[in-house]
Write a protein that binds this ligand. Structure first.
Ligand SMILES: Cc1cc2nc3c(=O)[nH]c(=O)nc-3n(C[C@H](O)[C@H](O)[C@H](O)COP(=O)(O)OP(=O)(O)OC[C@H]3O[C@@H](n4cnc5c(N)ncnc54)[C@H](O)[C@@H]3O)c2cc1C
Length: 421
C-alpha cells in the first residue's frame, strides 16, 4: 500500500513505524515541513501505561525512549509559602526534540522515507498526494492544514479556544521532580507547571488568566522582556534561574489552548491522527500518548480489514468511543485551571475545613488544601483521600511512597523484559 503521512510529529512517525513493522512492503513517506530537530515546545510528560504499550508495539524504539526519559517522583505544589505540598505518584518526561529524533531514526531504519522541508501548503499539494496514495494520514497537528484543505464539511471540525493564556518555555533550573508553582501578583495569580526534560533543562509552562496577562503587560512586552518579568515573579521557585524562550531557533509565543474535536476522523482516503483529530488540555499530559495510541489503533484496523474504507470507518468509531471520557476529563481540567484565581483567593482568606477539621484563617493559602483541590478536580473529593494526602506530607510516608514507586517500576521492567525477550 502507498501511504503518505503529512506531519512528522509523534502521530505520523509512530504510525509509519507500526505500519512498516506490520508489512515491510508498504511504501510509506512522511512529509514534515520543518528541518530535523526543529520542534515547538520543550518536553512532555507521560506515564507507565504508555511504556507498556510501546514495549508491546515496538521494543526497539521503546527501549530508546525509556533510556532518553527522566523519571520523576511525586509532584510539588507551591502557593507562595516556603513549604510546598507533596502529591504522591511518579511519571516520566522526555524532551520533544529527542522523542521526534529517535522516532524518525527508527522509521528511516525500517525503510520509511522521512522527508523534511516538505510543506503541504495548498489544494494542489493535497490533490497530488491524495491522487497518488492509497491512504493519506493527516498527522499535521492541532491546526491541521490538510483538515482545512479537505473542506469545512469533510470532518465536521469544532474548535473552541480556552480562556487562559499560556507559554511553553524552558528553564536552566534543573527540577528533579514535577513542580507546580503559583505566585500572587497585583493583578492576579500566575503559575507554572515544570518538569525535567534534558540533562540541564526543565520544561516550564507558564499560565494565567487573560485579565492578569494584559494587566501585567505580557501582551505588549517583547519576548525577552516578558521572560525577565516572569523570572522576577517566579524568583523564589526558579531559585534565580533563567527562563528560556528560544526552542531550537524559534521563540515561544503566548497562546490560548485550542480544543479540537471532529465529527468524523476520515474523509475519502484521508484520515486524521493525533492532534489533527482531537486535542486534550496539556494539564492532563496525555496528548502525545493519545497520538501514539491512535497510530497503533489505525495500524490494527488496516490489518484487520481488507479494504481501506472499512478500516477507516472502524478506526473512526472505535477511536471516538475510546477518546470520549478523556476529552471530558480534559475539559474539566481546563476549566478548573481557568478558575484557579478564585480557588486560591478563597483558600487565602479562610482555609476551607474538611470533615472533622476546625476552620482557620490566614493570608497564604494552605498548599495541602489547594493541592487536594487540584488533585481531585475530576471529582472524588472524599475526606479519606484528604486525610491520606495530609499523611503523605510526613517524611516517613513520603519515603514509603517513593519506595512503593521503585517496587512498581521494578515489576513493570521485569514483566517487559519477559514479554519482549
Ligand atoms: C503546552 C503544551 C504542553 C503539552 N504537554 C504535554 C505533555 O506533557 N504530555 C503529552 O503527552 N502531551 C503534551 N502536549 C500535547 C502534545 O504536544 C500533542 O498532543 C502531540 O504533540 C500531538 O502529536 P501529533 O503528532 O498529533 O502533532 P504534532 O506534535 O503537533 O506534530 C505535527 C507535525 O506536523 C508538522 N506539520 C504541520 N503542518 C504541516 C504541513 N502542512 N505540512 C507538513 N508538515 C506539517 C509539524 O511541523 C509537526 O512536526 C502538550 C501540548 C501543549 C500545547
Amino acid at each position: 500500500m502507498k501511504i503518505v503521512c503529512v506531519g512528522g510529529g509523534p502521530a505520523g512517525l509512530y504510525f509509519a513505524i507500526r505500519a512498516k513493522l506490520r508489512d515491510s512492503h508498504h511504501d510509506i513517506t512522511v512529509l514534515e515541513r520543518d528541518r530535523p530537530g526543529a520542534t515547538h515546545g520543550w518536553g512532555v510528560v507521560y506515564w507507565e501505561p504508555l511504556l507498556d504499550v510501546l514495549f508491546r508495539s515496538d521494543p526497539v524504539s521503546a527501549r530508546e525512549l525509556r533510556a532518553a526519559s527522566t523519571m520523576w517522583q511525586g509532584q510539588r505544589v507551591s502557593v507562595g509559602g516556603p513549604q510546598p505540598a507533596y502529591l504522591p505518584g511518579y511519571g516520566y518526561s522526555i524532551q520533544r526534540a529527542t522523542l521526534l529524533d529517535l522516532l524518525a531514526r527508527r522509521a528511516a531504519e525500517l525503510g520509511v522515507d522521512v522527508r523534511y522541508h516538505q510543506y503541504v501548503a495548498d489544494q494542489d499539494d493535497l490533490n497530488a498526494i491524495a491522487a497518488e496514495a492509497d491512504l493519506v494520514v493527516a498527522a499535521d497537528g492541532a491546526n491541521s492544514q490538510v483538515r482545512r484543505l479537505a473542506g469545512p464539511d469533510a470532518f465536521g471540525t469544532r474548535i473552541e479556544v480556552g480562556a487562559n493564556q499560556y507559554i511553553w518555555l524552558g528553564t536552566d533550573r534543573r527540577f528533579e521532580n514535577f513542580m507546580f508553582a503559583f505566585e500572587r501578583t497585583e493583578p492576579g495569580w500566575v503559575w507554572f507547571h515544570a518538569y525535567p526534560s534534558a540533562a540541564d533543562i526543565s520544561t516550564c509552562i507558564v499560565e494565567c488568566a487573560p485579565q492578569t496577562w494584559t494587566d501585567l503587560g505580557l501582551d505588549r512586552l517583547s519576548d525577552a522582556d516578558g521572560c525577565r518579568l516572569l523570572e522576577r515573579i517566579f524568583d523564589g521557585p526558579l531559585g534565580g534561574h533563567r527562563l528560556l524562550s528560544d526552542c531550537h531557533g524559534r521563540p515561544a509565543r503566548w497562546q490560548q489552548f485550542t480544543h479540537v474535536a471532529n465529527r468524523s476522523w476520515c474523509h475519502e482516503n484521508i484520515v486524521l491522527l493525533g492532534d489533527a483529530a482531537h486535542t486534550t488540555h496539556f494539564t492532563l499530559g496525555s496528548g502525545t500518548a493519545l497520538a501514539i495510541m491512535d497510530a497503533i489503533m489505525l495500524d490494527r484496523f488496516l490489518h484487520k480489514h481488507a479494504d481501506v474504507p472499512a478500516a477507516l470507518r472502524d478506526f473512526d468509531q472505535s477511536g471516538h468511543a475510546a477518546l470520549g471520557p478523556m476529552q471530558e476529563r480534559a475539559r474539566i481540567s481546563m476549566s478548573w485551571f481557568e478558575g484557579v484565581d478564585g480557588q486560591l483567593d478563597r483558600l487565602s482568606t479562610a482555609t476551607q475545613p474538611m470533615d472533622g477539621e476546625r476552620p482557620s484563617t490566614g493570608e497564604a493559602p494552605d498548599p495541602v488544601a489547594f493541592a487536594f483541590k487540584m488533585a481531585t478536580r475530576q471529582g472524588d473529593e472524599t475526606s479519606l483521600r484528604y486525610q491520606i494526602l495530609r499523611a503523605a506530607q510526613l517524611p516517613a510516608v513520603r519515603a514509603l511512597d517513593q519506595h512503593a514507586g521503585r517496587g512498581t517500576r521494578w515489576l513493570h521492567d521485569k514483566r517487559r523484559t519477559l514479554v519482549t525477550r
